[in-house]
Structures are given as C-alpha cells and as structure tokens.
Design a protein around this ligand. Sequence first.
Ligand code: IMP
Length: 423
Amino acid sequence: MAVDLLLGLQWGDEGKGKIVDVLTKNYDIIARFQGGPNAGHTLEFDGIKHVLHTIPSGIFHKNATNIVGNGVVIDPVIFKKELDALKKFNLDIKSILLISRKAHLILPTHRLLDAASEASKGKAKIGSTLKGIGPTYMDKTGRNGMRIGDLELDNWKEKYRALANKHEAMIDFYNVDIQYDLKELEEQFCNAVEELKQLTFIDSEEYLYQAQKQGKKILAEGAQGSLLDIDFGTYPYVTSSNTTAAGACTGLGVAPNQIGDVKGIFKAYATRVGSGPFPTELFDEVGETMGRVGNEFGATTGRPRRCGWLDLVALKYAVRVNGVTELMMMKGDVLSGFKTLKVATAYTYKGKEIMHLPYNIEAENVSPVYKEMDGWAEDLTQMTKVEEFPKALNNYIDFLEKELEVPIKIVSVGPDRTQTIHR
Ligand code: IMP
C-alpha cells in the first residue's frame, strides 16, 4: 500500500491543516515528517477553530493514528501546551499519537541561539519564527543533537547539560543583547519532558513498514512549503528541513518507490511571512485587501503575511520538484470582488523573458510578466458544488490546470471543513 503525500507548494500557510483534516477519513495513519512548532496548522469544524503546531492534523478523527516522524523537531514545552489545549476533546492521546524515538528535541538554548543568530544578522535576518528550528537541525546534522529516545535513558539530563553548556558559550559568542533566565526555561523544559515521557514512543520507520504490509492507508503531512525547502527554496530565506516530497522519505523512513499520490496545495494567490524574495508581492490596496479578507496573519507568530498574485513560474517549479499528481486550490473565495486578476506566467530576468526560477530571484533581478484575467463578484463561501461556480472562476481554474498540467481536484471556499468542493 502506497504512502500518499500532502505538500504545500508555496511559502507555507496554504491550508494543509484543513485539507489533512478533510482527507483523514480516507486514511488510517497521518504522519508528520519534517519541521516543528514553526508550523501552525489551523483547523475549523463545528464552530471551533484549533491551531496545531507539531501534532498531525488527523488528531480529531478517532479512526486515525497520528505519527510524529523522525524528521520532525519537537519542543517539549510547546508540545505540552498543544496537549493541554487538546484535553477538552477527551481524546485517547496515548493510543492515537505516536512519536518517533529518532525525532530531535528542541532545547531552550536552541530557541535562544535562534534569537541570537537573528539579532546578529541585522537587516539580513531570515525572519525566523524563533522556535529554535535552525539551531536544532544544525545539531542534528552536526551529530550533537538530543533525540526523543534519549529521554528513555537514565542519563538524559547529563546529555542535556553538556549540550546546553555548549550553547551558552555560543550565545555569548554572538555578543548580542538577549535577555533570558535559563533556570526558569530549564524548569519549564524538565516539567514538559516529564509529560512527554507519558506518551508512546515508537521506532516509526518499523511501525510504518508493518502498517504498510497490513494494508493501512498512510498520509504524510508536510509543513511549510516548497519555496521554504532548505535545498530548493529561496535560500537562505528558507526553513532548515526538506519540505519537498523527498523529505517524506527521509523524515519517515519510507522508500521512494512506496510513494503514491502527491497532493499539492496552493492558494489562489500567494503569501509569505518572514524575509526573502517574493516576485509577485503587492504593496498596494489589492495586497492589503487580500490580507484582510484572507485573514493573512501567521498562525504561529501572528505576523501579517505579505500578499501577492499567484506566481505560476514558482508553482510549476514546485509541481516538478515534488512530482505532484493532483492539486488543491485554497482560498478561492478571497479573490471574489477583484475586477481583474493577474497571474505571473514568466519573469523578466537580465532583460530576457524566462519561464523558470533562476538561481537568484531577488526583486532587483526579476520582475513578473503577468497574464490578466477577469475576476468574479460572486461570494463563493456558501457554494457546495462545482456547478455553482461563476464562469470567471472556472476560466481561472482551467487556465491553471492547463499551465500546470495537473488536475485541480479540490477547491476550498472557506476555512470550515464543509467549505470544500471536490471536482
Ligand atoms: P524558521 O523555520 O522558524 O527558522 O523560519 C524560517 C523561515 O520560514 C521564515 O521566513 C519563517 O517565516 C518561515 N516559516 C517557518 N515556518 C513557517 C510556516 O509554517 N508557514 C510559513 N512560513 C514559515
């Protein structure tokens, strides 16, 4: 039985949480494979809005087992808060949430290092969520990290101390003004670790192998988006993991030939939080309207998201890098009311028109070439079937499908589970 993937194709915040929640009824297992609490997956159902950071978005479905894979980085303090917020739902967390022993731990000093590194960069800062993601992955690849499985050892606190001491020296090296009370942070950390230790730790690659053999249906849930991928994103303004399809293989221990459908999610326009290139960014009232109507504020940091037109050059790149087999277009409803819509179909780069993403897409090198299309005035949020779609929306979808050469199977017209139209 193949493992299907669900991936964000832009700069994150495409609406993966909602779609995983909608799709979970078709799966036995939902598995996160990379990233950490920098993610904010928002789910809305029965009038409740819930934001998840590390816990997979299948958690509200009793039929699904949720796995936090080896490629994820876990902050016990944030994880505990997530668990606390789930208490009111009376879920049997110990049996429906399983954590890989190989997942790495975010220590309080990783968060401090993230802050020190950003402060030292001045204007060149990445715009990190400051959750300690970069420093934790640095310790992972530097072979210094602490893993969930270490918490089962008697000497985990010694391991912790040695690493935290090293981090403190590194924080001093940055020589920036970071105020912190490590004692208090450590107390929080140790309390949270005790709670984390009550959960079920597994060897997730073995678990998933056996589950596949038993014919279980598995969905791997991505975090962030392709353009934030450490290798293929707009480096250095990226996150520190592989957000693209290959990351699911290394982040779960699933072989490439076991991957089935690759579901790619994109917004009908584009957004980005943090710094970095964004060729179709709007600085006018059109962008402001998108942000206001689309409620474009970071689910993790609350920062306003930068907004712009859909960038087909970047989207085609993401479709190719991931091998996307079906698409889902989110937030179509937010574009209602614009008389004219624009879609970037090429860039002007060094005086020439190009159709691919060049090495350096800083604003001064690249300007988008737009195709203009008619907008639609109708409110889409109450629509329940494709037949109700206005002609201009159908034209927009048909144009994108033709350009991307992949079918758009779902159009989302609002944040609620029910506002999801299958084509
Ligand atoms: P970090 O992963 O927290 O270090 O942040 C690196 C970059 O990725 C920053 O520009 C963040 O705003 C962005 N980023 C990280 N996680 C998310 C996410 O879940 N959605 C959107 N952007 C994100």
